[in-house]
Design a protein around this ligand. Structure first.
Ligand code: GDP
Length: 444
């Protein structure tokens, strides 16, 4: 899912990562693209605006400089903000009340309401050891009532016997009464759906809600319907008052807009997600995962976090002090190279980065792999301590000596020195900026 958005953001951030340091103009340009991509992915405009504002406020300035690379830092910020917009982690169902606890299921026809009712019943029965009764309130569609009954039989969940000629309100009352008398813990009321929102439906759902006084009113929404799902959520919330959202068809390849905007527009948590047709295809909602999927950035966030962890504090501090003085010598580069290997080598590092396919190919072509890192380390270790501290000492004859010492060519020595020079220039800029900001640059 979310593929098109991922692709777009991938291309944008590819562009960013080619640059050394990130300027405000870069952030603005990149965010303009992110904004377009989010809008195209059906995220509601106010949600996009709000998100972009927050990302920009964090991205321009000091924080960008504390990253692995500026591009990665921007990705992490966009990711964190997406996560925040999506809400907090797996909020369970609120069934902490004297039984029987009513749960009202609302939503449009075909959204997956009946299937989700059975999924929730199954989960509550098996995981939470609750005794669950299900009742279909869809008086206009006998097939819907039969469907719930069948699902109940298939999953050993009790359903309220079907009585013809009753109104939705009648059935709700009967279900609650039966549940009380027969000692059920939870009653799931599956209301009727419509193809589109209409007044009749809203009035009926409102009435049932008043009668049942549910602990949860869950809106079931199809994640594939994009912006429509947001309108539906808004209307249901305003008229009936929902307590949470269940997003279905998250196993499909829809775009991320629905999840993001439904949460932002209603302010109600996404409690569960449906990931298939089977009765156990129900998962807790993890904003982290969804944000990652929206961005499609591989696992860039864990890359940043992993780097932060692996980098020993001591070395980081030493490096930070040097950087603030504008010094980054070959010993430091050697430490960095070791660090890269510890993090799982270049290959797996590339695997965690956006646009990895292309980049990995380029690096393969350039022969940049784990063996190359080891060769670079070998070059540095063939130098004298003085040379490592002052790479400018490296004249032609010293280069020849070092190359011979580690069995490599002078070109390779040159390449390493050039890379060091570039990195050191970047570090100097970072050092200066961090001094201005007063904080310790986090080199990880
Ligand atoms: P209702 O009209 O809202 O009650 O919708 P149903 O529960 O009858 O679901 C409509 C169709 O969507 C059925 O074929 C379900 O199997 C299917 N469905 C429901 N939830 C999911 C889901 O999470 N993933 C997939 N792939 N299909 C689902």
């Amino acid at each position: 899912m979310f593929d098109s958005l991922s692709d777009k953001l991938g291309a944008i951030f590819d562009g960013l990562q080619k640059r050394g340091a990130l300027k405000e103009a870069d952030v603005t340009a990149a965010l303009r693209e992110v904004r377009v991509a989010l809008l195209e992915a059906d995220v509601a405009l106010p949600v996009v605006k709000d998100l972009m504002g927050r990302v920009k406020a964090r991205a321009v300035g000091a924080e960008v400089l504390r990253s692995v690379t500026p591009g990665q830092q921007v990705i992490k910020i966009v990711h964190d903000e997406l996560k925040e917009t999506l809400g907090s982690d797996g909020q369970g169902l609120n069934i902490h009340r004297a039984p029987p606890v009513p749960i009202l299921m609302v939503g449009l026809q075909g959204s997956g309401k009946t299937t989700t009712s059975a999924k929730i019943a199954k989960r509550l029965t098996e995981r939470d050891k609750q005794k669950v009764l299900m009742a279909s309130l869809d008086t206009r569609r006998p097939a819907a009532m039969e469907q719930l009954k069948t699902l109940g039989e298939q999953n050993q969940i009790a359903t309220l016997p079907i009585v013809e000629g009753q109104t939705a309100a009648d059935i709700a009352k009967r279900a609650l009464q039966a549940a009380k008398l027969q000692g059920f813990d939870v009653v799931i009321l599956d209301t009727a759906g419509r193809m589109a929102i209409d007044e009749d439906l809203m009035a009926e759902v409102e009435q049932v809600r008043r009668i049942a006084d549910p602990a949860e009113t869950l809106l079931v929404a199809d994640s594939l319907t994009g912006q429509d799902a947001v309108t539906t959520a808004k209307t249901f919330d305003e008229r009936v008052g929902i307590t949470g959202v269940v997003l279905t068809r998250m196993d499909g390849d829809g775009r991320g807009g629905a999840a993001l905007s439904m949460r932002a527009v209603t302010g109600k948590p996404i409690k569960l997600v449906g990931v298939g047709e089977k009765a156990d295809a129900l998962e807790d909602f993890h904003p982290e995962r969804i944000a990652g999927r929206i961005l499609g950035m591989g696992d860039i966030v864990s890359l940043v976090e992993k780097a932060q962890e692996t980098f020993e504090q001591e070395k980081a501090e030493r490096l930070a002090r040097k950087m603030q003085k504008g010094r980054f010598d070959l010993d430091d580069l050697s430490t960095q190279l070791q660090q890269m290997r510890k993090m799982g080598g270049m290959k797996s590092l590339m695997g965690m980065m956006p646009g990895m396919g292309k980049l990995q190919k380029q690096m393969d072509e350039a022969g940049f792999d784990d063996r190359m890192i080891r060769r670079q380390e070998a070059i540095i270790s063939s130098m004298t301590p003085q040379e490592r501290r002052a790479p400018d000492l490296m004249n032609a004859s010293r280069k020849r000596r070092v190359a011979a010492g580690c069995g490599l060519t002078v070109q390779e020595v040159n390449r390493l020195l050039k890379m060091h020079k570039q990195m050191s220039g970047m570090m100097k800029r970072m050092g200066k900026a961090s001094k201005r900001g007063g904080g310790m640059p986090n080199m990880a």
